[in-house]
Design a protein around this ligand. Sequence first.
Ligand code: UDP
Ligand code: MG
Length: 313
Amino acid sequence: MRLSIILPIYNEEENIKKLYEEIKEVLGNLAVSYEIIAINDGSYDKSYQVIKEIAQKDNFFRAVSFRKNFGQTAALAAGLEFSKGEIIIPMDADLQNDPADIPRLLEKLNEGFDVVSGWRKNRQDKLLTRKIPSWLANYLISFITGLRLHDYGCMLKAYKSEVIKDVRLYGEMHRFVPAYVFWHGAKVGELTVNHRPRIYGQTKYGLSRSFRVILDLLTVKFLTKYSTRPMHFFGYIGYGLLFLSFLSGLLAVSLRIFINLSFISTPLPLLTVFLFLVGLQFILMGLLAEILIRIYYEFPSRPIYSVKERINF
Ligand code: UDP
Ligand code: MG
């Protein structure tokens, strides 16, 4: 199996059939072996019926159905888990991404990249609630991760499966996969892709997602940098606070000795004790974190979704 297309689907009943036909046409001209994996993420419209109908006629159209809505990241995680292709291409199931871009993505991948990320240069979404927050988020993510991409949020990307098979996804984290694999030595490229306005159905997101994305960014950064040595993170903050406590104590004592200023006429003694206690807490927290990660790495990983049914596997 050469290619796996992954489609996360949450209430897209009017889009699936047309998308399927578009993908078939593009891949038909490519002469590669492929599978299409549709993940029904707890849709409550007729999406799953449409998916089942297609799966009955086409053996390479596989379906996974979740017990409830677990979110786009979980859908992608399941898609990765069940896919067999050497190359993995996830895309939105709402017809906003254009299957006609698939051959170009593959070409770019063949130039020696491990990941090619789509860039919706001419994005067809609302300016104020989607495009502007997205520009800011992309700038911030690029700055913090050190991988400059214009459009982290674009679902349409091409991955060599060897670089993402082991990646575990949580929260809103599917967008950070390129940065994550980049940190692990993968070569990441970017390609402008077509983006079409949504005609059927509704977007599932608004402004609030941007805030979640920023929090997830902090988590990703923290986990990749310190997940195996949390004591260094907490410990350094602890050191810093203990040092400040020492300075504050020193100042209080000097004032007492040199200008005969009484201890109780400044807040310094209070500050000293406060900084000392908090600093100590941080170091102890680091120890706790060290114990926690030892437990964490001993446990087998649990999936972030629960599958109800699978077809054509
Ligand atoms: N999606 C999903 N689970 C969710 C929300 C969205 O599987 O909880 C799917 C949705 O069906 C679509 C893709 O993720 O295929 C992108 O969603 P949407 O078009 O609403 O996002 P936008 O393009 O507005 O960022
Ligand atoms: Mg969309």
